[in-house]
Design a protein around this ligand. Structure first.
Ligand SMILES: Cc1ncc(COP(=O)(O)O)c(C=O)c1O
Ligand SMILES: *[C@@H]1O[C@H](CO)[C@@H](O)[C@H](O)[C@H]1NC(C)=O
Length: 487
């Protein structure tokens, strides 16, 4: 639940209304012009249709300079952003040779492994030399190197499950595994803010999908009760199985999952739990083992543990960890395991090495220091932002912290002004968030120093004043009276 100040809600609606109206008028003109032109595509239906295409053309393109900025270095605490220019009002953007060194507040480099690391990098380079960038083969053919076996063992041990399977991409781990786990006659109950990879995996599975209110165990219970009582559509037979899908840290909200409560509900109704730890594995918990460790949940109580290596481990790929039987079944059946080229060997070595550093198996205490640092950095940055009067979403200990912008005009204003002062931030809007709830999303890293964070805070504070997004100045009580509640 997010509460928007009345005036902000009103002006946000108004802005989108205006953008929409102008877009429609421009589309109308385009239609008329197209009519008068000779058209050799007559008879074909337009290939891009619908509201999302309209949104891209008429809203997103106006601010596309804030997205997809080319980077020319590793995504460390500071990175190189290539300057671009445009001769046609940002319709097309061209690169210059100029590079701006910017504070990086956007990458998921939680533990700082994405930049050169004294332990991981030499080993990844050795793996590159020994195995080449690609196995050029799927796992069941020639694509299983000793690294792949070692990686799966190491991941299973790290997350606290008997076995694991690793795939080349985190997105595919969700979207290709879910259709193997469940199908027609099954019921998926998904958190309303789950990641797109889960949404697409669920849709592709053919199972019935129901959504429960974001991170609300009581509503999950309501949905479970109702659907267990009703059974399958039409036939009312019992469901073949029920899978409840949640995330450890919600990537657009920075919020921790209410895992203990959700597990309790799932156990009561004998539903399986599927936990996506993309943003939490490696980033939270005393030894980096994710939300289970942080919230005191026994990993035996989570049936399917999913995560990605693209955040805390500075690599690529994703995993599923679970019982030996489950993983064996997935290895025999998952198309992304059978038909896709296996994860790149240097990427696999990077993960193996990063896990060793986290566990202290490299013989140093760097891992423990990184974990302490990410926690300290995140909590410091979050509390300072709150003190400044920003509306910051999410929980303590989470390295993801969205700052609410709301107004569409504030998206480019905030992003461009920060960039001018050499702070690179990520802004997210529809379709990644609901239309009204545009935000900037800060991701803190263990590699940020105190000076980095203070510089970031100073710039964000100045820009925040300029753009007018300090929605929570003093007097919180009075504020509350002027809010509309949005679900
Ligand atoms: C919750 C969640 N699951 C899955 C993914 C996909 O992972 P990847 O980017 O490694 O493909 C992401 C990516 O951001 C995510 O946030
Ligand atoms: C184009 O982008 C630049 C920054 O990248 C911005 O300053 C400028 O206002 C934009 N122009 C338009 C017409 O939106």
């Amino acid at each position: 639940m997010i509460a928007i100040p009345y005036l902000t809600a009103l002006t946000t609606y108004f802005s989108y209304g205006l953008l929409f109206a102008f877009g429609q008028i421009r589309d109308l003109f385009r239609k008329i012009i197209d009519w008068s032109r000779a058209n050799n595509l007559q008879g074909y239906a337009p290939i891009c249709l619908g509201l999302e295409d309209f949104y891209t053309r008429r809203l997103y393109l106006r601010i596309q300079d804030c997205f997809g900025r080319p980077i020319s270095s590793a995504p460390d605490a500071w990175f190189d952003v290539v300057e671009r220019y445009s001769n046609d009002n940002n319709k097309t953007l061209k690169r210059t040779t100029k590079i701006n060194r910017c504070l990086n507040l956007g990458s998921y480099n939680y533990l700082g492994f994405a930049a050169a690391d004294e332990y991981c990098t030499p080993r990844a380079i050795e793996a590159l030399k020994k195995y080449s960038p690609s196995t050029c083969s799927s796992r069941v053919d020639g694509g299983t190197t000793v690294l792949h076996n070692e990686l799966e063992k190491s991941v299973a041990k790290f997350v606290g499950k008997p076995a694991a399977i690793v795939l080349g991409m985190g997105y595919v781990t969700n979207s290709a595994i879910l259709p193997v786990l469940i199908g027609k006659g099954g019921l998926i109950i998904s958190d309303s803010l789950n990641h797109n990879s889960i949404v697409n995996g669920a849709r592709g599975s053919g199972a019935t999908i129901r959504v429960f209110q974001h991170n609300t165990p009581s509503h999950l219970e309501e949905v479970l009760r109702e659907h267990i009582a009703e059974g399958q559509p039409r036939t009312h037979r019992p469901w073949k199985k029920i899978l409840v899908i949640v995330e450890g840290i919600y990537s657009m909200e920075g919020e921790l999952c209410k895992l203990p409560e959700i597990i309790a509900v799932c156990k009561k109704y004998k539903a399986y739990t599927y936990l996506d730890e993309a943003h939490s594995i490696g980033a939270v918990g005393k030894t980096g083992r994710g939300v289970c460790e942080l919230l005191g949940v026994d990993t035996a109580d989570v049936d399917i543990m999913m995560g990605t290596f693209t955040k805390s481990f500075g690599s690529c790929g994703g995993y599923i960890a679970g019982s030996k039987e489950l993983i064996q079944y997935l290895k025999y059946t998952c198309p992304a395991h059978l038909y896709a080229t296996s994860i790149s060997p240097p990427a696999a070595e990077q993960i193996i090495s990063a896990i060793k550093v986290i566990l202290g198996e490299d013989g140093s205490s760097r891992g423990a220091q990184k974990l302490a640092q990410i926690r300290k950095n995140s909590n410091f940055f979050r509390s300072e932002l709150q003190k400044m009067g920003f509306e910051v979403l999410g929980d303590n200990d989470s390295p993801v912290m969205p700052i609410m912008l709301y107004n569409p005009a504030k998206i480019p204003a905030f992003s461009r002004e920060c960039l001018k002062q050499n702070v690179a931030v990520v802004t997210v809007a529809f379709p990644a968030t609901p239309l009204l709830l545009a935000r900037a999303r800060i991701c803190i890293s263990a590699s940020h120093t105190k000076e980095d964070l203070i510089k970031g805070l100073e710039v964000i504070s100045r820009v925040g004043d300029l753009v007018g997004i300090k929605y929570f100045p003093a007097e919180p009580k009075k504020q509350e009276e002027r809010m509309v509640k949005l679900d």
